[in-house]
Design a protein around this ligand. Structure first.
Ligand code: PRT
Ligand code: MG
Length: 214
C-alpha cells in the first residue's frame, strides 16, 4: 500500500493514542469498540488504522504490514524489537511490571533459603532476566492471561505481571513484592517504510513528539 498503515490495539492503547493522532491531523472514522471492522479509515484518505492484538503490533510493523504502531514496553521486550525503529516514548498506558505473591507467603525467606520458585507469567523473557540477575532459581510457567489465578489455584508460588491501580492484586489477596520495571507505550516504525515514505511519516512523528513533549 502506498499510503500509511497504523497498527493499534483496542482498549487503552487505542483510547490514549487518539489525542496523539489528532495532533497529527489524523482522526479514525470508526470506533473499534463498537465497529467489528479491523481496517478503519481515517479523515485522511492516505492513512488507515488496523486493529491488532496488543502483542501482535510489533509483528505487523516488523514485517511492514503496518508502517507505524504503538506497543507497550512489556510487549516490545518480549518481542525483541527486531526491525523496529522506536523513536518515541508516548508516556501512555503506564503501569509497572511487578513480582506478586499470595498474602502470607514469606517470599524473602524462600529466596534467602535458595528455594526453587514456580513463577507463572506471560512475560517469560522479562521474568527470566529478573530472577537470573537476582540469582534466584525459578521454573517459569507460561500463561496467556489471568496470571493472578495461578498462585490461588496452586499452579505457581508467585507471578510476574503488570500492575496499574493495584485493584486486581488486592481483589485476589495478592501483594506486590518486587518492582521490575516501569512500563509505558512506545511508537514503533518499520525501518524500511521510514526511508521509503519519509516525507509522509516524519511529519506524523514530529507532530506526536510535539504533544508528548519529546
Ligand atoms: O487484553 P488482551 O489479552 O487483549 O491483550 P493485552 O492485555 O496485551 O492488551 P491490553 O490492551 O489489555 O494492554 C495493552 C498494554 O497496556 C499492555 O501491553 C501494557 O503495556 C499496558 N497496560 C497498562 C496494561 C495495564 N496497564 C494493566 N493494568 N496491560 C495490562 N494490565 C492488566 C494487568 O495484566 C492485570 O491483569 O490489568 C490488570 C491489573 O490492573 P490493576 O489496575 O488492577 O492494577
Ligand atoms: Mg488486557
Amino acid at each position: 500500500m502506498d499510503g500509511i498503515t497504523i497498527a493499534l490495539s483496542k482498549g487503552r492503547i487505542f483510547e490514549e493514542t487518539l489525542p496523539l493522532l489528532a495532533a497529527a491531523g489524523i482522526e479514525p472514522l470508526e470506533n473499534p469498540e463498537t465497529s467489528r471492522k479491523l481496517i478503519i479509515p481515517t479523515n485522511r484518505p492516505d492513512v488507515r488504522v488496523v486493529i491488532v492484538r496488543a502483542t501482535d503490533a510489533p509483528t505487523y510493523v516488523q514485517y511492514g504490514a503496518a508502517d507505524i504502531g504503538v506497543a507497550g514496553k512489556d510487549v516490545l521486550i518480549e518481542h525483541g524489537g527486531e526491525g523496529l525503529y522506536q523513536p518515541l516514548d508516548l508516556k501512555i498506558a503506564k503501569c509497572r511490571m511487578m513480582v506478586a505473591i499470595p498474602a502470607g507467603f514469606d517470599y524473602e525467606r524462600a529466596v534467602r533459603q535458595g528455594a526453587r520458585l514456580k513463577i507463572a507469567t506471560k512475560y517469560i523473557n522479562i521474568a527470566r532476566d529478573h530472577f537470573a540477575a537476582k540469582g534466584v532459581h525459578v521454573d517459569l510457567i507460561k500463561l496467556y492471561g489471568s496470571m493472578e489465578l495461578a498462585p490461588l489455584a496452586g499452579l505457581a508460588d508467585a507471578i510476574v505481571d503488570l500492575v496499574s491501580t493495584g485493584g486486581t492484586l488486592k481483589a485476589n489477596n495478592l501483594v506486590a513484592v518486587e518492582h521490575i520495571i516501569d512500563i509505558s507505550s512506545r511508537l514503533i516504525v518499520n525501518q524500511a517504510a521510514l526511508k521509503l515514505k519519509r516525507e509522509r511519516i516524519v511529519p506524523i512523528l514530529d507532530a506526536i513528539a510535539g504533544v508528548v513533549g519529546a
